[in-house]
Design a protein around this ligand. Structure first.
Ligand code: KG4
Ligand code: ZN
Length: 332
């Protein structure tokens, strides 16, 4: 029987219907509204989720040709994320599940990014090393089963996507910055500017991106507005290269430490072309396979939540009625 999955942890309103690991529908409505503010405004995101969840879920159900009565369970992101945004998805899921006594599967968003790699048509099996890089998190995950992962390293300050979005904003690009920065960087010379190498004396698996962002802020200030606008492509290329370089260096160290048989990526930054190319080269060099999900399954979506839910605890009616969302860390 199919499951419906709902994801509203940030600014994308998402619903998907899955049958096992097969995606029957996967609807994503990105709230373009945040561009004018240069980033996601939590309260605005919650209000838009309220307006969009109904139509997005209806579209996912009708594309999949599934009715509520057909559902085996409803999966929903319980956290981490923006608490107001999460509550809209969770309340919607409960409201849909309770009348028909349908079980609920509260799901972890980060596990969702890992579980995008379990979807058909080309699912991978643990164990594998997974780099999760998104707007809210940067984690090197040791994945040994379908249910969870061990955090081998993580960012000590900004997430990779957050740093990219801030850099994009400095260079006058819209939100989300990643795709726009990647496009701009194509015309730039990545060696034109040198950016600091973070934590160069620390051989660990943690990340730090705030120094890169500060370096760009000072560089732009010293260059002045007109020089910055002339050299935007070079600045974008150099900054993107520094982020990718750091991500890949930690993956390289993790592969040095343990014998991982496969590398996978997850999270919005995993849609980045130069990052995908760099990890492909690394895996080639190491002779291990690389799993790259399609770009639309890297950024937030509900299919990945439905995928994680297959391996998560199914909570029977009516035990989930008082279940709450969580903004940070692991739930429950
Ligand atoms: O996973 P995601 O959709 O949402 C979170 O869970 O945060 O990730 C969003 C992040 C944003 O920072 C966005 O700029 C970044 O992923 N991103 C990219 C690309 N596409 C999205 N970063 C670099 N290159 C891209 N092509
Ligand atoms: Zn995400």
């Amino acid at each position: 029987m199919p499951i419906l999955a709902i994801e509203t942890s940030c600014d994308d309103t998402c619903a998907a219907v899955l049958e096992g690991g097969r995606i029957l529908s996967n609807v994503i409505s990105s709230q373009g509204i945040h561009e004018q503010f240069g980033g996601v405004v939590p309260e605005v995101a919650s209000r838009h989720h309220l307006e969009l969840t109904g139509p997005v879920i209806n579209q996912a159900m009708s594309e999949a040709e599934v009715a509520i009565a057909d559902l085996e369970a409803i999966a929903v992101t319980a956290g981490p994320g923006l608490i107001g945004a999460l509550l809209v998805g969770l309340s919607t899921a409960k409201a849909m599940a309770l009348p028909g006594r349908i079980p609920l599967i509260p799901t972890d968003h980060l596990q969702g990014h890992v579980a995008a790699n379990f979807l058909e048509s080309d699912p991978v099996e643990p164990p594998f090393l997974c780099l999760i890089a998104s707007g809210g998190h940067t984690i090197l995950a040791g994945v040994r089963d379908h249910q969870g992962f061990e955090t081998l390293g993580q960012t000590l300050d900004d997430a990779a996507g957050e740093a990219i979005d801030k850099a994009a904003r400095l260079l006058g690009l819209g939100y989300p910055g990643g795709p726009a920065l990647e496009r701009l960087a194509r015309d730039g010379d990545l060696d034109a500017f040198s950016f600091p190498v973070a934590m160069s004396r620390d051989p660990g698996l943690d990340f730090s991106f705030s120094g890169l962002k500060t370096a760009l802020v000072y560089l732009c200030r010293d260059m002045g507005e007109s020089a910055v606008s002339e050299r935007r492509a070079d600045l974008a290329a150099g900054f993107q290269h520094a982020v990718v370089d750091q991500l890949v260096s930690r993956v390289r160290r993790a592969l040095d430490r343990d014998d991982w048989p496969l590398l996978a990526l997850g999270g919005g930054v995993a849609a980045n072309g130069p990052l995908r190319d760099a990890v492909a080269a690394l895996c080639d060099e190491r002779g291990i396979p690389l799993k790259l999900v399609p770009k639309e399954l890297c950024t937030d979506n509900a299919a990945m939540i439905g995928s994680a839910a297959r391996y998560a605890e199914k909570i029977p009616f009516p035990e989930y009625a008082g279940f709450d969302a969580f903004a940070r860390g692991a739930g429950r």
